[in-house]
Write a protein that binds this ligand. Structure first.
Ligand code: NDP
Length: 258
């Protein structure tokens, strides 16, 4: 008999920030593994581009894009309800949408900058995972939640204390969710990317001084790519990960080993 735990046919996964970067890399792999996807982004043009790219993969499941600013609590709840009405039960949710701030001394950071970072990266993930959990518990089919944290969650990020705080918060919140929701067969894990080449890091990865400093610290000797996140997304949404919860996965080419 064939071993097919990575066949995600019949499962639909919500990916916030799935219209580009790491989220899109995960969505592509999910679609190629048979899953349906619901993509949230705040920019309709980015959503439209992602929708046609994902449809071109000719997967088996539904593909739905919705404009949703994850820092807007009411919008998150409303989009979740609409998504379920349109595509049926959601099996998994990847709280990936996030922003980074311009590097700046902690002592110069304004309260507005601090609050904006928290409202998207941490409040947004809370609203999203809460809405998904409520729906998944009601649907009674188990499921899988993923939080997109960062290596900053465990090693900090000088001059980006607000960013590091949100990622550390996500890591701890996700462990707590794993304990609480295990009784509903809902698993919760975090992913901690290192330096990944996306729009978020474009300014840095094309800056020679930064490359000279950081690249020698990456044993794999390359930036991560969005496709490096496909496998972990598929695994965590699959039956192969049925006993895997409360964990975090560092995907950084060995960066944090130095
Ligand atoms: P990108 O900047 O390439 O993409 C960010 C995504 O988040 C976009 O899809 C964007 O869509 C969406 N987004 C941003 N704000 C909102 C919002 N308010 N509501 C809904 N969607 C929003 O980032 P990456 O792909 O690089 O990063 C993805 C995640 O991975 C983030 O949480 C980031 O912190 C984390 N990460 C990234 C690392 C890296 O090196 N790139 C390293 C460690 C962690 P739209 O523009 O349509 O709103």
């Amino acid at each position: 008999m064939a071993y097919t735990p990575f066949d995600l046919t019949g499962r639909t996964v919500l990916v916030t920030g799935g219209n580009r970067g790491i989220g899109l890399g995960m969505a592509e792999a999910l679609v190629q593994s048979g899953a349906g996807v619901v993509i949230w982004g705040s920019n309709p043009d980015n959503n439209a581009k992602a929708e046609s790219a994902l449809k071109a993969l000719q997967g088996k499941g539904p593909i739905l894009t919705q404009v949703c600013d994850v820092s807007d609590e009411a919008a998150v709840d409303a989009r979740m309800a609409e998504a379920v009405r349109q595509v049926g039960p959601i099996y998994g949710c990847i709280a990936n949408a996030g922003i980074s701030g311009g590097a700046k001394s902690f002592m110069e950071m304004t309260t507005e900058e601090w609050r904006r970072m928290l409202s998207i990266n941490l409040d947004g993930a809370f609203y999203t995972l809460r809405a998904a959990s409520r729906h998944m518990v009601e649907a009674g089919q188990g499921g899988s939640l993923i939080s997109m944290a960062s290596t900053a969650a465990i090693e900090g990020a000088a001059r980006s204390e607000h960013y590091a705080a949100t990622k550390g918060g996500l890591l701890s919140m996700t462990r707590a969710i794993a304990v609480e929701l295990a009784r509903y067969r809902i698993r919760a894990n975090s992913i901690l990317p290192g330096w990944i080449e996306t729009d978020m890091t474009e300014r840095l990865t094309s800056y020679d001084k930064f490359v000279d400093n950081v690249m020698p610290r990456i044993p794999a000797r390359r930036w991560g790519k969005r496709s490096d996140f496909g496998g972990i997304g598929v695994y965590l949404m699959s039956d192969a990960a049925d006993y895997h919860t409360g964990d975090h996965f560092v995907i950084d080419g060995g960066y944090t080993l130095f």
